[in-house]
Design a protein around this ligand. Structure first.
Ligand SMILES: [Zn+2]
Length: 479
């Protein structure tokens, strides 16, 4: 068994380790073949040797994201004491952080080491002839390392001229960041001018990616039936093969649905999403985003496993229940955090990307962050909606209703204080009068607050430290 002290001594080799590594390699020339000093020195220089006092591991990160093992060597007197295991474990961790996708090695067919690799979770993928004797090829797929910052996707579902005004105002504000690099829009729910304008901005290079939402909430609101949605989307996606993301059509459970109805909708979503996916051209399949639904971990895991088997590589989760005495606080419920944690775990196993649909205000994201639940991408409409309803928020804060004079928090002094404590300032929140009277200023300020939150500059998670751990068994919720 490896001891803590041994593990802590295993690390990337330094120049001063070279003589010891070379001596070890020479002592094992029979197994390793001749390993030349210059090769070892070059490998140390490019951080491709891990070592400890009793052994070393020489690997190479290939461009195709496969990390190959060249040599693993442990002094005979230290064998069967966990040294090899520690070296391989560190190689695996190191490869993960370097975004490698697979570990690969070859081992002589008659070697005892085959059992060692099998116990470490490697899979036998082939047997090759080899120079002197047959070699077993072992591989281990690595789960993806968690991203540290999600990419912000601006949800834009207004008319083209409305969006244009906001883009222009953003430029006047002078913030060099581009919050509109990735956008999500719902063509079935928007006027034609929206798509025209967004495509135009994509051609100009301001927008890099446009994702098309399926507009399932129209079904939720009873405006169209699910069957109609499927038909419309089929046409829409085929007609717009220039887009960068296509949300598959789901049947969205409501918070008021019975458990039985939720189960029905999960099955309906899985059945139609996978069928829809299979009929789409490859170009759309590669960019499909499949919505995950469910009220139990079993339902969530069924969605992910089904999508993975279908060949879908990106999933989206949007069942955000809120909790807290005041729903405007928009804290994510314990239940939705637990479900999302399940989504991230399974997705990481299958190397799928995870998108968060419609997350609320920055405080919601901070709640995810404080639980280390980081998606690859997320979208939000709150910056726009809150601004439209007369509300603003700062990084880490809940919404503040500005247009109705409610109390101390809507005074000029309180605003200045908040700017200080959240370390936020932008050209749109310089005057409280302007924020009270201009909807677009509120929207642009809120957007800036979102970007600040994601950048983590202000992400000290004030007021958002959870007091209880989330509990998978708790049922219900108002997602
Ligand atoms: Zn501001």
């Amino acid at each position: 068994m490896p001891t803590k002290s041994l593990e802590s001594m295993v690390g990337l080799a330094k120049v001063e380790d070279l003589p010891r590594i070379k001596a070890l390699a020479d002592a094992h020339r029979q197994e390793l073949g001749f390993v030349n000093r210059a090769t070892l020195a070059a490998a140390i220089n490019s951080d491709e040797i891990l070592c400890c006092l009793q052994g070393f591991l020489h690997f190479h990160h290939r461009r195709d994201k496969i990390s190959t093992l060249y040599h693993l060597c442990v002094s005979p007197e230290y064998r069967r004491q966990g040294v090899g295991r520690s070296l391989v474990t560190l190689w695996e961790e190191h490869s993960r952080t370097c975004s490698m996708e697979t570990l690969r090695l070859k081992c002589p067919l008659d070697s005892e080491a085959n059992g060692f690799y099998w116990r470490l979770g490697f899979t036998r993928v082939a047997i090759e002839p080899g120079k002197h004797r047959p070699l077993v090829v072992w591989e281990k797929k690595l789960p993806e390392a968690t991203p540290s910052h999600p990419k912000f996707v601006a949800s834009l579902s207004a008319g083209g001229s409305d969006i244009k005004r906001l883009f222009e105002l953003w430029d006047i504000g002078g913030d060099p960041r581009n919050p509109f690099q990735d956008v999500l829009t719902s063509p079935l729910a928007c006027p034609a001018s929206t798509m025209t304008y967004l495509r135009h901005e994509k051609e100009k290079g301001r927008i890099k990616e446009i994702w098309l939402d399926c507009g399932a909430y129209q079904v939720q609101q009873g405006k169209i039936t699910y069957e109609e949605l499927l038909d419309k989307l089929d046409q829409l996606y085929r007609d717009n093969q220039w887009a960068d993301g296509y949300v598959l059509p789901d049947s969205v459970p409501l918070s008021t649905d019975s458990d039985q109805l939720v189960e029905y909708k999960v099955r309906e979503t899985l059945y139609y999403c996978t069928r829809f996916f299979q009929t789409m051209p490859a170009y759309i399949q590669e960019r499909a985003i499949a919505p995950v639904h469910g009220r139990t971990p079993e339902q969530i895991s069924r969605c992910l496993e089904t999508y993975n088997q279908t060949g879908i590589t990106t999933v989206g989760f949007g069942s955000w229940g809120t909790s807290g005495p005041n729903s405007s606080v928009n804290m994510l419920s314990q239940e939705s955090l637990a479900m999302f944690s399940t989504v991230l775990d399974i997705a990481s196993e299958h190397r799928m990307k995870v998108h968060c649909f419609g997350i609320g205000s920055p405080s919601s994201f901070n709640r995810l962050r404080s639980h280390k639940l980081i998606p690859h991408t997320l979208d939000s409409t709150t910056w726009w909606k809150a601004g439209g309803f007369g509300a603003i928020f700062f990084p880490n804060t809940a919404q503040i209703q500005l247009t109705k004079r409610r109390g101390i928090e809507t005074t000029k002094i309180a605003l200045e204080q908040l700017k200080k404590t959240t370390n936020h300032s932008c050209s749109f929140c310089q005057s409280i009068e302007k924020l009270r009277t201009s909807r677009n200023y509120r929207i642009m300020h809120n957007l800036t607050a979102w970007l600040d939150t994601l950048a983590g500059e202000n992400g000290k998670e004030i007021n958002v430290t959870p007091t209880t751990e989330y509990n998978l068994r708790k049922s219900g919720g108002d997602s």
